[in-house]
Ligand binder design. Structure first.
Ligand SMILES: NC(=O)c1ccc[n+]([C@@H]2O[C@H](COP(=O)([O-])OP(=O)(O)OC[C@H]3O[C@@H](n4cnc5c(N)ncnc54)[C@H](OP(=O)(O)O)[C@@H]3O)[C@@H](O)[C@H]2O)c1
Length: 243
């Protein structure tokens, strides 16, 4: 049985990952900004008893991070897997930027929007991982999986769109690759994963891939990671993505 912490676990890919780790019998810490409004997680918690702990965590708040760490550390002496899943895309639910993508167009770009997206998508995963490092170090070959995107690839970038989101995922890749180099000395394997275009609030109804399929792939590749894959950027099926 593994101890798994997932951020943004109340909906979308994070909820699917939570469901599938629970089905395997793992111990899941499901972090969400608003546990009281996280109906699906609350139902799962009732069904699963102590196997699922639902806890508050806003990845942009230092106080929230410290409180979440205290709660998890009181319940377990180690973490095997951290999934940095929480993220925002302007114009989509939960982003705090409700303007149907206008904020990501040249002529409309604003400092505040950039900071919001980069703070959540890039700095957030870095500081969550920093906070939980003691518990990850206490695990055996612990894994850190950070949800990136093909839109964060410099090489693949060919359109004038998604300025802040693309930059945030490229920045996250660099933050987490830097962390991978350092945390790798403690046996921690850290990767960045493009989950594919998935049917969630963020991906929309036109997306081809069910979140359940992507989650299954991510869990499989996380199980099969080797030390030499530390710091790599791969798809949910394990194929390398161009930086
Ligand atoms: N969907 C796609 O096609 C796609 C493609 C490439 C990459 N990704 C990446 O995959 C990850 C999951 O995406 P998704 O499609 O499942 O997105 P989603 O349905 O929009 O869910 C995003 C989750 O992140 C949480 N979140 C946002 N800001 C947060 C914060 N400050 N602190 C804590 N939690 C926060 C949300 O919580 P609330 O409910 O409180 O808002 C929600 O649980 C993201 O990192 C995304 O960028 C998705």
């Amino acid at each position: 049985m593994k101890s798994v912490l997932i951020t943004g676990a109340n909906r979308g890919l994070g909820l699917e990952l939570t469901r599938q780790y629970l089905e395997r019998g793992d111990h899941v810490f499901a972090a969400t900004r608003q546990p009281e409004g996280a109906t699906d997680l609350q139902i799962l918690a009732q069904q699963r008893g102590g196997q699922l702990v639902v806890l508050p965590l806003d990845v942009t708040s230092a106080a929230s991070l410290a409180a979440a760490y205290e709660q998890v550390a009181a319940a377990t002496d180690h973490l095997d897997i951290l999934i940095n899943n929480a993220g925002i895309l302007p114009g989509h639910p939960g982003s705090g930027i409700d303007d149907n993508q206008e904020s990501q167009k040249l002529g409309q770009l604003r400092y505040e929007d950039a900071m919001q997206v980069i703070g959540t998508n890039a700095v957030g995963p870095l500081l969550v991982t920093q906070q939980f490092l003691p518990l990850l170090k206490a695990g055996h070959k612990s894994r850190v999986v950070s949800l990136s995107s093909g839109l964060g690839s410099l090489e693949l970038k060919a359109s004038g769109s998604h300025y802040h989101y693309s930059a945030s995922k490229a920045a996250m890749n660099m933050y987490m690759r830097t962390l991978a180099a350092e945390a790798g000395h403690h046996g921690i394997i850290s990767i960045m994963v493009d989950p594919g275009w998935i049917r969630t609030d963020m991906g929309g109804t036109g997306a081809a891939l069910p979140a359940a399929d992507s989650a299954r792939g991510i869990i499989r590749l996380t199980d099969q990671l080797h030390a030499e894959e530390n710091g790599s950027f791969v798809t949910w099926q394990g194929k390398p993505v161009a930086w």
